[in-house]
Design a protein. Structure first.
Length: 201
């Protein structure tokens, strides 16, 4: 399961675009906290702390801010054109019993037979999968075993059983409450789990 980390935020009063570069140079990332039916709150997050949280694979954070403390989902992170510096982050308040949708890294495991014995090359066109799960059951990754692939074979999203096995094995869902849905086009899969909530399927 993805790790939950704690962060501290400051209030951001000056929302002018020209101010943002100065804030980033001071080691602060502009952020916004989104809450249903409530006014968004503009905040500043220490860049170093946010970078460490992202490196740990955090998707849920306990954020202490001037208005209180909330458990939030990291909804979106914007980077510069080189993909190196964080420009902005969106947090969304979530209910622990409601499904959220996010992207999870797809990791291919093993050496295909076609590579080892037939001189083939393994190409991975899909790097992430779109997943729906409870905030308490976010997988760090979804693994796909490719050891059985021969030359000219392929693996589609519908063949990925690893994500479902992971959730059941780790106790996030019972087999009868889990469904794998989706199609291979576009490289997306919806992996829906309804841990102890029959009405969610």
């Amino acid at each position: 399961m993805a790790e939950t980390v704690s962060l501290k935020a400051e209030s951001r009063s000056d929302l002018a675009t020209r101010v943002a570069p100065r804030l980033r140079n001071k080691g602060m990332v502009p952020a916004v906290m989104l809450r249903k039916k409530e006014t968004p709150i503009n905040l500043l997050i220490p860049t170093r702390e946010l970078e460490l949280a992202l490196k740990k694979g955090a998707r849920i954070v306990d954020l202490a801010h001037p208005s209180g403390k909330d458990r939030l989902f990291i909804k979106a992170v914007q980077y510069d054109h080189l993909g190196e510096k964080i420009y902005h982050v969106d947090f969304a308040k979530v209910a622990m019993d409601e499904l959220i949708t996010l992207e999870v890294a797809l990791i291919l495991k093993g050496k295909p037979v076609g590579v080892l014995e037939e001189g083939a090359v393994l190409d991975q066109y899909v790097k992430v999968l779109k997943t729906s799960c409870l905030p308490t059951a976010i997988p760090e990754r979804i693994e796909g075993d490719v050891t059985h692939l021969k030359k000219d074979d392929h693996m589609s999203v519908k063949d990925l059983k690893a994500g479902a096995d992971f959730l059941v094995h780790e106790g996030y869902s019972a087999p009868g409450l889990l469904a794998v849905k989706g199609a291979s086009y576009g490289g997306y899969m919806t992996l829906a789990t309804a841990t102890n909530y029959n009405d969610k399927i």
